[in-house]
Design a protein around this ligand. Sequence first.
Ligand SMILES: [Zn+2]
Length: 241
Amino acid sequence: MSLTASSLRDLHRIHQQYADLNDRLAAGPLRVTAAEAAVQQLQTTFDEVKENYTQARVQTDDQQLQLQEREQRITDTRGKLNTCATNKEFQTLKDLIETDVEENDLLADKILEMLEDLDEHESNVNASQEDLNKASHELEKIRTVVEAAQTGLESDLQRIQTELEKAEASLPGDLRTDYRRIAAAMGEDALASVDDDVCGGCYQTLTPQTINELLMSKPVFCKSCGRLLYMAGDSDSPTGE
Ligand SMILES: [Zn+2]
């Protein structure tokens, strides 16, 4: 088994693809969860707004009923005016009618205001319903998109996993053990390219000795961050095979 810069470069690339696919697989359900939370929030708002409307409706109906009942009492009292035996009785009924008429005038004004409020409550309900519908449709759309993407991502991940295992198997045996230990802990950060004598993982400048070992295709770990190093660029070191 040989250790070439290009084989390590491939291994790192596969590692990064694997991590990227894993991130994308996790991102889908998170999008769905966020959209679900948005729908739930709007549902709560809608329930509140609807309840406010119902309360206002009940109160308005109640006041309208009072108005009608007093209206009826005025009519009834007026009917009794002709049957009064005394002047005093007549005057009492007249006073009663006058009071009821005054109170109903006030109540009618109040009801008018309540009806205006009710209109406002109703348009709040409609606006809230519209927001909720939009968010629900959006949630369904996201669910569909995510569901469709997950299958593709899962099969991509499987393919990359196989590639990763193949690339790992091609590492020299003694290096493979060390590499596996770091990869288990660091994932795609188990490897780093070296560019201009600098570790691509932690940006520390490497010693000339480290660079020499790399050029001789020896397995080298960064003394500062622990990553397995390989030379950046397209050409392999000449002593690779
Ligand atoms: Zn480093």
